[in-house]
Design a binder for this molecule. Structure first.
Ligand code: SF4
Ligand code: SF4
Ligand code: FES
Length: 573
Protein backbone atom coordinates (compact mmCIF):
# COMPACT_ATOMS: atom_id res chain seq x y z
CA UNK A 1 0.00 0.00 0.00
CA UNK A 2 1.33 3.42 -0.98
CA UNK A 3 0.49 6.53 1.07
CA UNK A 4 1.75 10.07 1.64
CA UNK A 5 3.81 11.24 4.59
CA UNK A 6 5.45 14.56 5.35
CA UNK A 7 9.21 14.85 5.68
CA UNK A 8 10.86 18.18 6.42
CA UNK A 9 7.57 19.89 5.43
CA UNK A 10 7.44 18.15 2.04
CA UNK A 11 5.01 15.42 1.01
CA UNK A 12 6.64 12.18 -0.13
CA UNK A 13 5.39 8.70 -1.04
CA UNK A 14 5.82 5.85 1.44
CA UNK A 15 5.15 2.11 1.28
CA UNK A 16 3.50 0.12 4.05
CA UNK A 17 5.94 -2.25 5.77
CA UNK A 18 9.04 -0.19 4.93
CA UNK A 19 11.18 1.37 7.63
CA UNK A 20 11.43 5.15 7.87
CA UNK A 21 15.06 4.86 6.72
CA UNK A 22 14.13 2.90 3.59
CA UNK A 23 11.43 5.46 2.78
CA UNK A 24 13.81 8.37 3.23
CA UNK A 25 16.50 6.75 1.11
CA UNK A 26 14.07 5.95 -1.70
CA UNK A 27 13.14 9.63 -1.75
CA UNK A 28 16.76 10.76 -1.80
CA UNK A 29 16.79 12.03 1.81
CA UNK A 30 19.96 11.18 3.71
CA UNK A 31 20.27 10.44 7.40
CA UNK A 32 23.49 9.06 8.89
CA UNK A 33 23.67 5.42 9.99
CA UNK A 34 26.24 3.33 11.81
CA UNK A 35 24.87 0.00 12.95
CA UNK A 36 22.48 -0.39 10.03
CA UNK A 37 23.31 -2.66 7.07
CA UNK A 38 21.05 -3.18 4.08
CA UNK A 39 19.51 -6.67 3.94
CA UNK A 40 20.48 -7.48 7.55
CA UNK A 41 18.36 -7.56 10.68
CA UNK A 42 18.11 -3.99 12.04
CA UNK A 43 19.10 -3.70 15.69
CA UNK A 44 18.59 -0.02 16.45
CA UNK A 45 21.79 -0.16 18.50
CA UNK A 46 23.65 3.06 17.71
CA UNK A 47 20.72 5.51 17.38
CA UNK A 48 22.66 7.81 15.06
CA UNK A 49 19.82 7.53 12.53
CA UNK A 50 17.23 9.04 14.86
CA UNK A 51 14.52 11.32 13.48
CA UNK A 52 11.89 13.47 15.14
CA UNK A 53 8.23 12.55 14.58
CA UNK A 54 5.69 15.24 15.39
CA UNK A 55 3.62 14.19 18.40
CA UNK A 56 6.39 11.85 19.72
CA UNK A 57 8.41 13.04 22.71
CA UNK A 58 11.21 10.56 22.05
CA UNK A 59 13.35 10.52 18.92
CA UNK A 60 13.03 7.23 17.03
CA UNK A 61 15.72 5.25 15.19
CA UNK A 62 14.66 5.40 11.54
CA UNK A 63 16.35 2.10 10.62
CA UNK A 64 14.20 -0.04 12.87
CA UNK A 65 10.94 1.96 13.00
CA UNK A 66 8.26 1.35 10.38
CA UNK A 67 6.75 4.23 8.48
CA UNK A 68 3.08 5.04 9.14
CA UNK A 69 0.43 7.06 7.32
CA UNK A 70 0.04 9.92 9.72
CA UNK A 71 3.74 10.68 10.12
CA UNK A 72 5.29 14.12 9.95
CA UNK A 73 9.04 13.59 10.19
CA UNK A 74 11.99 15.93 10.72
CA UNK A 75 15.36 14.47 9.81
CA UNK A 76 17.60 17.41 10.75
CA UNK A 77 15.75 19.39 13.43
CA UNK A 78 17.89 21.01 16.17
CA UNK A 79 16.85 18.25 18.58
CA UNK A 80 17.93 15.53 16.11
CA UNK A 81 21.26 17.18 15.36
CA UNK A 82 21.98 17.62 19.09
CA UNK A 83 21.25 13.94 19.73
CA UNK A 84 23.47 12.78 16.88
CA UNK A 85 26.33 15.00 18.02
CA UNK A 86 26.08 13.64 21.55
CA UNK A 87 26.17 10.04 20.28
CA UNK A 88 29.32 10.74 18.26
CA UNK A 89 30.92 12.64 21.14
CA UNK A 90 30.23 9.69 23.47
CA UNK A 91 31.76 7.27 20.98
CA UNK A 92 34.80 9.50 20.60
CA UNK A 93 35.24 9.77 24.38
CA UNK A 94 36.23 6.10 24.51
CA UNK A 95 37.96 5.97 21.13
CA UNK A 96 41.75 6.19 20.85
CA UNK A 97 42.95 9.46 19.33
CA UNK A 98 45.29 7.81 16.85
CA UNK A 99 43.59 8.47 13.53
CA UNK A 100 46.92 9.40 11.91
CA UNK A 101 48.28 5.94 12.63
CA UNK A 102 45.07 4.03 11.99
CA UNK A 103 44.76 1.70 8.98
CA UNK A 104 41.29 3.18 8.32
CA UNK A 105 42.44 6.80 8.40
CA UNK A 106 40.43 8.65 5.72
CA UNK A 107 38.12 5.64 5.26
CA UNK A 108 36.51 5.51 8.71
CA UNK A 109 32.80 6.06 9.23
CA UNK A 110 33.30 7.40 12.76
CA UNK A 111 35.85 9.93 11.49
CA UNK A 112 33.52 10.99 8.66
CA UNK A 113 30.57 11.37 11.02
CA UNK A 114 32.62 13.46 13.46
CA UNK A 115 33.56 15.66 10.54
CA UNK A 116 29.96 15.80 9.30
CA UNK A 117 28.72 16.80 12.76
CA UNK A 118 31.37 19.51 12.95
CA UNK A 119 32.94 18.13 16.11
CA UNK A 120 36.09 20.13 16.75
CA UNK A 121 36.79 19.55 20.43
CA UNK A 122 36.53 16.87 23.09
CA UNK A 123 33.82 18.02 25.53
CA UNK A 124 33.34 14.71 27.36
CA UNK A 125 35.97 13.17 29.62
CA UNK A 126 38.14 10.43 28.10
CA UNK A 127 37.11 6.90 29.06
CA UNK A 128 40.10 4.63 28.53
CA UNK A 129 39.46 0.94 28.03
CA UNK A 130 43.00 -0.23 27.24
CA UNK A 131 41.82 -3.43 25.65
CA UNK A 132 44.59 -5.39 23.97
CA UNK A 133 44.93 -5.92 20.23
CA UNK A 134 44.59 -9.50 19.04
CA UNK A 135 47.05 -10.20 16.23
CA UNK A 136 46.88 -14.01 16.70
CA UNK A 137 45.03 -14.81 13.46
CA UNK A 138 46.99 -15.36 10.25
CA UNK A 139 44.73 -12.88 8.50
CA UNK A 140 42.59 -10.68 10.78
CA UNK A 141 43.65 -8.22 13.49
CA UNK A 142 41.17 -7.19 16.18
CA UNK A 143 41.61 -3.90 17.97
CA UNK A 144 38.78 -3.87 20.53
CA UNK A 145 39.76 -0.38 21.70
CA UNK A 146 38.37 0.94 18.42
CA UNK A 147 35.16 -1.08 18.52
CA UNK A 148 32.02 1.06 18.74
CA UNK A 149 29.74 -1.92 19.43
CA UNK A 150 27.70 -1.46 16.28
CA UNK A 151 27.43 -5.24 15.90
CA UNK A 152 27.87 -5.18 12.13
CA UNK A 153 30.59 -7.85 12.30
CA UNK A 154 28.38 -9.98 14.55
CA UNK A 155 25.53 -9.94 12.03
CA UNK A 156 27.74 -10.43 8.97
CA UNK A 157 29.49 -13.42 10.50
CA UNK A 158 26.22 -14.95 11.68
CA UNK A 159 23.76 -14.14 8.89
CA UNK A 160 25.88 -14.37 5.72
CA UNK A 161 28.94 -16.36 6.68
CA UNK A 162 27.02 -18.65 9.01
CA UNK A 163 29.92 -18.97 11.46
CA UNK A 164 29.02 -16.69 14.44
CA UNK A 165 32.58 -16.13 15.63
CA UNK A 166 31.70 -12.84 17.30
CA UNK A 167 29.00 -11.91 19.76
CA UNK A 168 28.33 -9.32 22.44
CA UNK A 169 30.00 -10.26 25.72
CA UNK A 170 29.27 -8.73 29.14
CA UNK A 171 26.82 -6.03 30.14
CA UNK A 172 26.47 -2.25 30.40
CA UNK A 173 29.74 -0.31 30.36
CA UNK A 174 31.67 -3.59 30.19
CA UNK A 175 30.02 -4.81 27.00
CA UNK A 176 32.41 -5.80 24.24
CA UNK A 177 32.33 -7.70 21.00
CA UNK A 178 34.49 -10.79 21.04
CA UNK A 179 34.85 -14.50 20.41
CA UNK A 180 33.60 -17.34 22.62
CA UNK A 181 35.16 -16.83 26.09
CA UNK A 182 36.85 -13.79 24.53
CA UNK A 183 39.58 -16.10 23.27
CA UNK A 184 42.12 -15.20 20.61
CA UNK A 185 40.89 -15.41 17.03
CA UNK A 186 43.41 -18.11 16.08
CA UNK A 187 41.74 -20.60 18.40
CA UNK A 188 38.21 -19.59 17.42
CA UNK A 189 36.04 -20.98 14.63
CA UNK A 190 36.84 -17.93 12.44
CA UNK A 191 37.41 -19.01 8.84
CA UNK A 192 39.39 -15.80 8.11
CA UNK A 193 37.08 -14.72 5.27
CA UNK A 194 37.50 -11.05 6.26
CA UNK A 195 33.86 -10.13 5.67
CA UNK A 196 33.69 -8.64 9.17
CA UNK A 197 36.44 -6.22 8.10
CA UNK A 198 34.35 -5.19 5.09
CA UNK A 199 31.49 -4.05 7.32
CA UNK A 200 33.41 -2.68 10.33
CA UNK A 201 33.01 1.11 10.27
CA UNK A 202 36.29 1.75 12.11
CA UNK A 203 39.77 0.21 12.42
CA UNK A 204 38.56 -2.30 15.03
CA UNK A 205 38.96 -5.10 12.50
CA UNK A 206 41.52 -5.11 9.75
CA UNK A 207 43.73 -7.37 7.68
CA UNK A 208 47.12 -8.41 8.96
CA UNK A 209 49.51 -6.08 7.17
CA UNK A 210 52.37 -7.97 5.49
CA UNK A 211 53.81 -5.12 3.40
CA UNK A 212 57.05 -4.93 5.39
CA UNK A 213 57.86 -8.58 4.60
CA UNK A 214 57.58 -7.80 0.90
CA UNK A 215 59.66 -4.64 1.26
CA UNK A 216 62.41 -6.59 3.02
CA UNK A 217 62.50 -9.14 0.21
CA UNK A 218 62.59 -6.37 -2.41
CA UNK A 219 65.51 -4.68 -0.66
CA UNK A 220 67.51 -7.86 -0.08
CA UNK A 221 69.98 -8.48 -2.96
CA UNK A 222 70.07 -12.18 -2.01
CA UNK A 223 66.35 -12.50 -2.69
CA UNK A 224 64.55 -13.13 -5.96
CA UNK A 225 61.06 -11.59 -5.56
CA UNK A 226 58.37 -13.14 -7.73
CA UNK A 227 54.71 -12.12 -7.72
CA UNK A 228 51.45 -13.66 -8.91
CA UNK A 229 48.39 -11.49 -9.62
CA UNK A 230 44.93 -12.87 -8.91
CA UNK A 231 42.47 -12.25 -11.78
CA UNK A 232 40.17 -10.37 -9.39
CA UNK A 233 42.70 -7.89 -8.03
CA UNK A 234 43.27 -6.16 -11.35
CA UNK A 235 39.56 -5.34 -11.78
CA UNK A 236 39.14 -3.84 -8.29
CA UNK A 237 42.45 -2.04 -7.71
CA UNK A 238 41.27 1.04 -9.64
CA UNK A 239 38.91 2.01 -6.80
CA UNK A 240 41.86 2.40 -4.42
CA UNK A 241 43.22 5.13 -6.70
CA UNK A 242 39.91 6.87 -7.37
CA UNK A 243 39.90 5.56 -10.91
CA UNK A 244 36.55 4.52 -12.42
CA UNK A 245 35.31 1.29 -10.78
CA UNK A 246 35.76 -1.83 -12.83
CA UNK A 247 38.65 -0.54 -14.94
CA UNK A 248 40.93 -3.45 -15.83
CA UNK A 249 44.37 -2.45 -14.52
CA UNK A 250 46.21 -5.64 -15.51
CA UNK A 251 48.85 -4.22 -17.86
CA UNK A 252 49.41 -1.09 -15.77
CA UNK A 253 49.76 -3.21 -12.66
CA UNK A 254 52.34 -5.47 -14.32
CA UNK A 255 54.38 -2.39 -15.33
CA UNK A 256 54.11 -0.92 -11.83
CA UNK A 257 55.16 -4.16 -10.14
CA UNK A 258 58.21 -4.31 -12.41
CA UNK A 259 59.14 -0.77 -11.38
CA UNK A 260 58.79 -1.78 -7.74
CA UNK A 261 61.39 -4.47 -8.33
CA UNK A 262 59.68 -7.82 -8.83
CA UNK A 263 61.83 -10.01 -11.08
CA UNK A 264 58.99 -12.11 -12.46
CA UNK A 265 55.28 -11.35 -12.68
CA UNK A 266 52.90 -14.24 -13.20
CA UNK A 267 49.14 -14.66 -13.39
CA UNK A 268 47.21 -16.77 -10.93
CA UNK A 269 44.69 -17.38 -13.73
CA UNK A 270 47.31 -19.57 -15.42
CA UNK A 271 47.12 -21.81 -12.33
CA UNK A 272 43.31 -21.53 -12.40
CA UNK A 273 43.43 -23.06 -15.89
CA UNK A 274 45.63 -25.86 -14.54
CA UNK A 275 43.21 -26.37 -11.69
CA UNK A 276 40.24 -26.67 -14.06
CA UNK A 277 41.97 -29.41 -16.08
CA UNK A 278 42.85 -31.36 -12.93
CA UNK A 279 39.41 -30.92 -11.39
CA UNK A 280 37.75 -32.19 -14.56
CA UNK A 281 40.09 -35.24 -14.63
CA UNK A 282 39.21 -35.99 -11.02
CA UNK A 283 35.50 -35.39 -11.55
CA UNK A 284 35.32 -37.66 -14.61
CA UNK A 285 37.23 -40.35 -12.74
CA UNK A 286 34.82 -40.08 -9.78
CA UNK A 287 31.82 -40.29 -12.14
CA UNK A 288 33.23 -43.25 -14.11
CA UNK A 289 34.35 -45.16 -11.03
CA UNK A 290 31.32 -44.43 -8.87
CA UNK A 291 33.41 -42.61 -6.28
CA UNK A 292 32.26 -39.95 -3.82
CA UNK A 293 30.02 -37.30 -5.38
CA UNK A 294 29.25 -34.45 -5.40
CA UNK A 295 32.78 -33.12 -5.53
CA UNK A 296 33.45 -29.66 -4.07
CA UNK A 297 36.14 -27.38 -5.46
CA UNK A 298 38.94 -26.55 -3.06
CA UNK A 299 39.83 -23.04 -4.19
CA UNK A 300 38.28 -21.16 -1.24
CA UNK A 301 40.38 -21.56 1.93
CA UNK A 302 37.59 -20.21 4.14
CA UNK A 303 35.25 -22.94 2.86
CA UNK A 304 37.95 -25.55 3.47
CA UNK A 305 38.39 -24.43 7.09
CA UNK A 306 34.62 -24.45 7.51
CA UNK A 307 34.45 -28.06 6.25
CA UNK A 308 37.33 -29.11 8.52
CA UNK A 309 35.55 -27.59 11.50
CA UNK A 310 31.91 -28.47 10.84
CA UNK A 311 31.82 -31.32 8.30
CA UNK A 312 34.99 -33.39 8.72
CA UNK A 313 32.94 -36.43 7.66
CA UNK A 314 32.66 -34.83 4.20
CA UNK A 315 36.30 -33.91 3.54
CA UNK A 316 36.54 -36.70 0.93
CA UNK A 317 33.96 -34.74 -1.09
CA UNK A 318 36.51 -31.95 -1.65
CA UNK A 319 38.72 -32.15 -4.73
CA UNK A 320 42.33 -33.08 -3.96
CA UNK A 321 43.47 -30.29 -6.29
CA UNK A 322 45.10 -27.30 -4.59
CA UNK A 323 43.80 -23.77 -5.07
CA UNK A 324 45.18 -21.63 -7.93
CA UNK A 325 47.27 -19.60 -5.44
CA UNK A 326 48.95 -22.72 -4.12
CA UNK A 327 49.36 -24.34 -7.56
CA UNK A 328 51.20 -21.20 -8.69
CA UNK A 329 53.17 -21.16 -5.40
CA UNK A 330 54.22 -24.75 -6.05
CA UNK A 331 55.07 -24.06 -9.68
CA UNK A 332 57.26 -21.10 -8.72
CA UNK A 333 59.14 -22.79 -5.89
CA UNK A 334 59.48 -26.28 -7.34
CA UNK A 335 59.42 -25.95 -11.10
CA UNK A 336 60.36 -22.44 -12.16
CA UNK A 337 63.27 -22.40 -9.66
CA UNK A 338 64.72 -25.57 -11.20
CA UNK A 339 64.17 -24.44 -14.78
CA UNK A 340 65.83 -21.08 -14.19
CA UNK A 341 68.46 -22.43 -11.75
CA UNK A 342 67.41 -20.21 -8.85
CA UNK A 343 67.75 -21.56 -5.32
CA UNK A 344 64.30 -22.22 -3.82
CA UNK A 345 65.38 -20.48 -0.58
CA UNK A 346 66.24 -17.31 -2.52
CA UNK A 347 62.79 -16.96 -4.02
CA UNK A 348 60.34 -14.74 -2.17
CA UNK A 349 56.97 -15.62 -3.62
CA UNK A 350 54.27 -12.99 -3.20
CA UNK A 351 50.64 -13.35 -4.15
CA UNK A 352 48.19 -10.49 -4.68
CA UNK A 353 44.74 -11.62 -3.64
CA UNK A 354 41.22 -10.22 -3.07
CA UNK A 355 41.05 -12.45 -0.02
CA UNK A 356 42.24 -12.47 3.59
CA UNK A 357 41.79 -16.23 3.95
CA UNK A 358 44.57 -16.73 1.39
CA UNK A 359 46.99 -15.53 4.11
CA UNK A 360 45.79 -18.42 6.24
CA UNK A 361 45.96 -20.84 3.30
CA UNK A 362 49.59 -19.93 2.54
CA UNK A 363 50.54 -20.84 6.13
CA UNK A 364 48.88 -24.27 6.12
CA UNK A 365 51.43 -27.01 6.76
CA UNK A 366 50.36 -28.84 3.59
CA UNK A 367 51.48 -25.79 1.63
CA UNK A 368 55.00 -25.73 3.02
CA UNK A 369 58.05 -27.79 2.13
CA UNK A 370 60.87 -28.28 4.62
CA UNK A 371 59.45 -25.47 6.70
CA UNK A 372 59.35 -22.98 3.79
CA UNK A 373 55.99 -21.76 2.53
CA UNK A 374 55.28 -22.17 -1.19
CA UNK A 375 53.75 -18.69 -1.07
CA UNK A 376 55.79 -16.55 1.30
CA UNK A 377 53.56 -13.48 1.54
CA UNK A 378 49.98 -12.74 0.58
CA UNK A 379 48.95 -9.12 0.07
CA UNK A 380 45.31 -8.15 -0.27
CA UNK A 381 44.14 -5.61 -2.86
CA UNK A 382 44.15 -2.95 -0.12
CA UNK A 383 47.76 -3.75 0.89
CA UNK A 384 48.81 -3.78 -2.77
CA UNK A 385 47.46 -0.23 -3.15
CA UNK A 386 49.41 0.84 -0.05
CA UNK A 387 52.58 -0.79 -1.43
CA UNK A 388 52.22 1.10 -4.72
CA UNK A 389 51.68 4.39 -2.85
CA UNK A 390 54.70 3.66 -0.65
CA UNK A 391 56.88 3.47 -3.77
CA UNK A 392 55.42 6.77 -4.99
CA UNK A 393 54.28 5.33 -8.30
CA UNK A 394 51.42 6.69 -10.38
CA UNK A 395 49.78 3.53 -11.70
CA UNK A 396 47.62 5.56 -14.09
CA UNK A 397 50.70 6.79 -15.92
CA UNK A 398 52.19 3.31 -16.31
CA UNK A 399 52.29 2.08 -19.91
CA UNK A 400 50.72 -1.40 -19.90
CA UNK A 401 53.12 -4.33 -20.03
CA UNK A 402 52.68 -8.09 -20.38
CA UNK A 403 53.23 -10.59 -17.59
CA UNK A 404 56.21 -12.93 -17.82
CA UNK A 405 56.43 -16.34 -19.35
CA UNK A 406 56.11 -19.17 -18.60
CA UNK A 407 53.11 -18.51 -16.32
CA UNK A 408 51.78 -15.25 -17.71
CA UNK A 409 49.20 -16.63 -20.14
CA UNK A 410 45.61 -17.40 -19.20
CA UNK A 411 42.26 -18.24 -20.75
CA UNK A 412 39.25 -16.12 -19.85
CA UNK A 413 37.84 -19.16 -18.03
CA UNK A 414 40.69 -18.65 -15.56
CA UNK A 415 39.88 -14.95 -15.37
CA UNK A 416 36.19 -15.37 -14.38
CA UNK A 417 37.17 -17.42 -11.29
CA UNK A 418 36.66 -14.25 -9.26
CA UNK A 419 32.89 -14.22 -9.76
CA UNK A 420 30.52 -16.50 -7.90
CA UNK A 421 29.70 -19.11 -10.54
CA UNK A 422 32.98 -18.49 -12.39
CA UNK A 423 34.68 -21.70 -11.26
CA UNK A 424 31.53 -23.71 -12.06
CA UNK A 425 31.33 -22.12 -15.52
CA UNK A 426 35.02 -22.71 -16.24
CA UNK A 427 34.79 -26.34 -15.09
CA UNK A 428 31.60 -26.94 -17.10
CA UNK A 429 33.21 -25.65 -20.32
CA UNK A 430 36.09 -28.11 -19.99
CA UNK A 431 33.91 -30.96 -18.70
CA UNK A 432 31.73 -30.67 -21.81
CA UNK A 433 34.80 -30.92 -24.04
CA UNK A 434 36.23 -33.80 -21.99
CA UNK A 435 33.01 -35.86 -22.27
CA UNK A 436 32.10 -35.06 -25.88
CA UNK A 437 35.37 -34.09 -27.57
CA UNK A 438 33.54 -30.98 -28.83
CA UNK A 439 33.60 -27.31 -27.92
CA UNK A 440 30.46 -25.76 -26.46
CA UNK A 441 28.59 -23.66 -29.03
CA UNK A 442 27.82 -21.03 -26.42
CA UNK A 443 30.40 -20.57 -23.70
CA UNK A 444 28.24 -18.21 -21.68
CA UNK A 445 26.41 -20.30 -19.06
CA UNK A 446 23.76 -17.85 -17.87
CA UNK A 447 22.62 -20.11 -14.99
CA UNK A 448 25.91 -19.31 -13.24
CA UNK A 449 25.70 -15.56 -13.81
CA UNK A 450 22.64 -14.65 -11.77
CA UNK A 451 22.95 -12.95 -8.39
CA UNK A 452 21.33 -15.85 -6.56
CA UNK A 453 23.15 -17.36 -3.59
CA UNK A 454 22.75 -20.89 -4.90
CA UNK A 455 22.88 -21.33 -8.69
CA UNK A 456 22.36 -24.63 -10.41
CA UNK A 457 22.64 -26.12 -13.88
CA UNK A 458 21.06 -29.49 -14.63
CA UNK A 459 21.70 -30.90 -18.06
CA UNK A 460 22.90 -33.90 -20.03
CA UNK A 461 26.34 -34.10 -21.58
CA UNK A 462 26.10 -36.96 -24.04
CA UNK A 463 24.31 -39.64 -22.07
CA UNK A 464 25.50 -38.45 -18.67
CA UNK A 465 23.22 -36.42 -16.44
CA UNK A 466 25.19 -33.56 -14.95
CA UNK A 467 24.27 -31.25 -12.09
CA UNK A 468 26.59 -28.37 -11.23
CA UNK A 469 26.00 -25.82 -8.46
CA UNK A 470 27.68 -22.61 -7.40
CA UNK A 471 27.13 -21.38 -3.86
CA UNK A 472 28.29 -18.15 -2.27
CA UNK A 473 28.19 -17.38 1.46
CA UNK A 474 28.89 -20.18 3.90
CA UNK A 475 25.42 -19.84 5.41
CA UNK A 476 24.14 -21.02 2.01
CA UNK A 477 26.74 -23.77 1.85
CA UNK A 478 25.26 -25.14 5.09
CA UNK A 479 21.92 -25.42 3.29
CA UNK A 480 23.22 -27.44 0.34
CA UNK A 481 25.39 -29.64 2.58
CA UNK A 482 22.29 -30.38 4.65
CA UNK A 483 20.49 -31.46 1.47
CA UNK A 484 23.37 -33.74 0.46
CA UNK A 485 23.47 -35.31 3.92
CA UNK A 486 19.74 -35.87 3.61
CA UNK A 487 20.29 -37.86 0.40
CA UNK A 488 20.22 -35.33 -2.43
CA UNK A 489 22.16 -36.90 -5.32
CA UNK A 490 21.53 -34.85 -8.46
CA UNK A 491 24.72 -32.79 -8.21
CA UNK A 492 28.17 -33.86 -9.40
CA UNK A 493 30.18 -30.69 -8.85
CA UNK A 494 29.75 -27.79 -6.44
CA UNK A 495 31.72 -24.56 -6.30
CA UNK A 496 31.59 -22.90 -2.88
CA UNK A 497 32.94 -19.42 -2.21
CA UNK A 498 32.65 -18.19 1.36
CA UNK A 499 32.20 -14.51 0.55
CA UNK A 500 28.79 -13.22 -0.53
CA UNK A 501 29.09 -12.70 -4.31
CA UNK A 502 32.41 -14.55 -4.49
CA UNK A 503 36.02 -13.30 -4.50
CA UNK A 504 34.94 -10.17 -6.36
CA UNK A 505 33.73 -8.96 -2.96
CA UNK A 506 36.39 -10.80 -0.97
CA UNK A 507 37.56 -9.68 2.45
CA UNK A 508 40.72 -8.08 1.04
CA UNK A 509 39.01 -5.90 -1.55
CA UNK A 510 38.59 -2.10 -1.42
CA UNK A 511 36.17 -1.21 1.38
CA UNK A 512 33.18 0.49 -0.16
CA UNK A 513 29.45 0.72 0.37
CA UNK A 514 28.99 1.40 -3.32
CA UNK A 515 27.20 -1.60 -4.81
CA UNK A 516 27.68 -0.21 -8.30
CA UNK A 517 31.45 -0.50 -7.86
CA UNK A 518 31.16 -4.21 -7.11
CA UNK A 519 28.84 -4.66 -10.10
CA UNK A 520 31.36 -2.85 -12.30
CA UNK A 521 34.13 -5.27 -11.21
CA UNK A 522 31.91 -8.20 -12.16
CA UNK A 523 30.92 -6.69 -15.49
CA UNK A 524 34.57 -6.20 -16.41
CA UNK A 525 35.33 -9.87 -15.75
CA UNK A 526 32.52 -10.97 -18.05
CA UNK A 527 33.33 -8.33 -20.68
CA UNK A 528 36.89 -9.69 -20.79
CA UNK A 529 35.47 -13.20 -21.22
CA UNK A 530 33.27 -11.98 -24.07
CA UNK A 531 36.16 -10.46 -26.00
CA UNK A 532 38.80 -13.09 -25.27
CA UNK A 533 39.79 -15.54 -28.00
CA UNK A 534 40.82 -18.33 -25.59
CA UNK A 535 37.72 -19.00 -23.49
CA UNK A 536 38.53 -22.47 -22.20
CA UNK A 537 41.28 -23.75 -19.94
CA UNK A 538 42.15 -26.69 -22.22
CA UNK A 539 43.19 -24.22 -24.94
CA UNK A 540 45.67 -22.29 -22.79
CA UNK A 541 48.82 -23.00 -24.89
CA UNK A 542 51.26 -22.53 -21.99
CA UNK A 543 49.33 -24.90 -19.71
CA UNK A 544 49.08 -27.42 -22.55
CA UNK A 545 52.82 -27.28 -23.14
CA UNK A 546 53.62 -27.66 -19.44
CA UNK A 547 51.29 -30.62 -18.98
CA UNK A 548 52.47 -32.32 -22.18
CA UNK A 549 56.06 -32.06 -20.97
CA UNK A 550 55.64 -32.90 -17.31
CA UNK A 551 52.05 -33.94 -16.63
CA UNK A 552 52.21 -37.56 -17.81
CA UNK A 553 51.67 -40.59 -15.58
CA UNK A 554 55.44 -41.20 -15.56
CA UNK A 555 55.79 -37.86 -13.80
CA UNK A 556 53.75 -38.44 -10.67
CA UNK A 557 55.87 -36.17 -8.47
CA UNK A 558 55.03 -33.20 -10.72
CA UNK A 559 51.28 -33.81 -10.47
CA UNK A 560 51.41 -34.57 -6.74
CA UNK A 561 52.79 -31.09 -6.09
CA UNK A 562 49.37 -29.73 -6.99
CA UNK A 563 47.40 -32.02 -4.75
CA UNK A 564 46.62 -31.69 -1.07
CA UNK A 565 44.74 -33.20 1.86
CA UNK A 566 42.49 -31.74 4.56
CA UNK A 567 42.06 -32.59 8.24
CA UNK A 568 39.41 -32.50 10.94
CA UNK A 569 39.84 -29.37 13.03
CA UNK A 570 38.62 -29.02 16.60
CA UNK A 571 37.15 -25.69 17.58
CA UNK A 572 35.81 -24.20 20.78
CA UNK A 573 32.17 -23.40 20.17
S1 SF4 B 1 36.79 -13.37 9.24
FE1 SF4 B 1 34.81 -14.24 8.57
S2 SF4 B 1 34.53 -16.01 9.92
FE2 SF4 B 1 36.10 -14.73 10.87
S3 SF4 B 1 34.99 -13.41 12.29
FE3 SF4 B 1 35.16 -12.29 10.35
S4 SF4 B 1 33.28 -12.76 9.22
FE4 SF4 B 1 33.46 -14.28 10.87
S1 SF4 C 1 34.41 -4.70 15.57
FE1 SF4 C 1 33.73 -3.12 14.11
S2 SF4 C 1 31.89 -4.00 13.15
FE2 SF4 C 1 32.28 -5.19 15.03
S3 SF4 C 1 31.02 -4.19 16.60
FE3 SF4 C 1 33.07 -3.30 16.71
S4 SF4 C 1 32.99 -1.47 15.40
FE4 SF4 C 1 31.20 -2.72 14.87
S1 FES D 1 21.79 3.04 12.18
FE1 FES D 1 19.83 3.07 13.07
S2 FES D 1 20.17 2.63 15.13
FE2 FES D 1 22.14 2.44 14.23
Amino acid sequence: MIFNIEVNNKVIKARKGDTILETLRRNGITVPTLCNMENFTPTGACRICVVEIEGHDELVPSCSHQVDEWMKIHTHSPKVIRARRTIIELLLSSHPDDCLYCIRNKNCELQSLAEEMGIRERRLPIVKSNLKKDPSSAAIVRDPDKCILCGRCVRMCKEKIGISTFDFIGKGMNTLVGTTFNNQLNISNCVTCGQCIMVCPTGALHEKDNISQVQEALQNPEKYPVVQISPTVSVSLAEEFNIKSGKEMDGMLVATLRKIGFKKIFKTAFAADMMVLQIVDELVSRIENNHTLPMFSGDCPAFIKFMEEYHPDMLHHISVCKSPQQIMGSLIKHHFSRQYKIKTESIHSVSLMPCTAKKFEAQREENTHKGIQDVDTVLTTRELARLIRLYGLDIQQAAPELADSPFGIRSSAGKIFGASGGVAEAVYRTLYHRLTGKNLLNFKITQFRSNKNIKELHTKIGKIKIGVAAVNGLANAREIIGQIKAGRNDLQFIEVLACPGGCISGGGQPITKNKEAVKARLKTLYDIDEKESIKVSYKNPAVKELLEKYGGKENDSFREKFQTTYFKRDVLL
